[in-house]
Design a protein. Structure first.
Length: 236
């Protein structure tokens, strides 16, 4: 009886054959979009607060460099977690607000959208850090490479912790957890500078480099896991 009922239902609700399907598809014209135009279009969807916070921190560092002198590099390392927070919040906005399924049904894949937005934000952050690190490192009398490692590590650590929170919680509450991670890493930078000064000695610099490489790989893996997890949820 169940099989017969299924057969009757299938026949009753079977969709009719499409009429003039080929003619309709030929009428639909889709313009080719270059990679540059696509990234440029996605920049318009990035929230203004991302640009404002990043530039504000940049201006704050430059303005305070002459006043704090040698401590400027440690101020930068304590502020970069908040710059990383902007990138996390924007890169995972679709997941946090439950819009990933809708964006996956559009013309461009969710992977392409996230990659385009992260590329734009990453270029801005690379430009800002490229200026802040030499300025802060110069006032602290540190080589550019060492200054860069000391600054990039808190940035990557915040990103890894934030991505883990987004992937595990998978809703808008993860935004608050990401904020907590940024504050924690920022305070950790201040605390280590005050109570663990020995870890900044030159003989331990190789360990800093190794940790930066590890965190960089971890960031890439976490972004991939979030994208694959989003696709699995949408498919289910």
């Amino acid at each position: 009886m169940k099989r017969e009922m299924k057969t009757y239902l299938q026949e009753a609700f079977e969709a009719p054959e499409p009429v003039k399907k080929k003619e309709f598809l030929q009428m639909v014209r889709t313009e080719n979009v270059s990679t540059f135009d696509f990234v440029k279009a996605q920049i318009g969807y990035i929230r203004k607060r991302v640009w404002v916070v990043s530039v504000f921190i940049f201006m704050l560092v430059l303005a305070s460099a002459d006043y704090v002198g040698k401590e400027s590099i440690w101020i930068v390392s304590a502020l970069v977690p908040y710059i990383a927070l902007c990138a996390i919040a924007e890169g995972t906005r679709s997941t946090a607000y439950g819009m990933s399924e809708l964006e996956m049904s559009t013309r461009f894949s969710l992977k392409s959208v996230i990659l385009a937005r992260l590329t734009a934000i990453g270029c801005l952050h690379a430009l800002l850090l490229g200026v802040m690190i030499p300025v802060a490192g110069g006032t602290a009398f540190l080589p550019v490479i060492r200054s860069g490692i000391y600054v990039i590590l808190p940035y990557l650590l915040t990103t890894v912790l934030g991505l883990l929170a987004v992937r595990k919680l998978y809703d808008w509450e993860s935004t608050y957890v990401c904020m907590g991670c940024a504050v924690m890493v920022s305070l950790l930078s201040v605390w280590t500078r005050g109570f663990l000064v020995w870890i900044y000695e030159e003989k331990y610099f190789i360990w800093w480099c190794a940790l930066v490489v590890y965190l960089l790989v971890k960031v890439i893996k976490e972004y991939k896991k979030i994208i694959y997890q989003t696709e699995d949820v949408a498919w289910n």
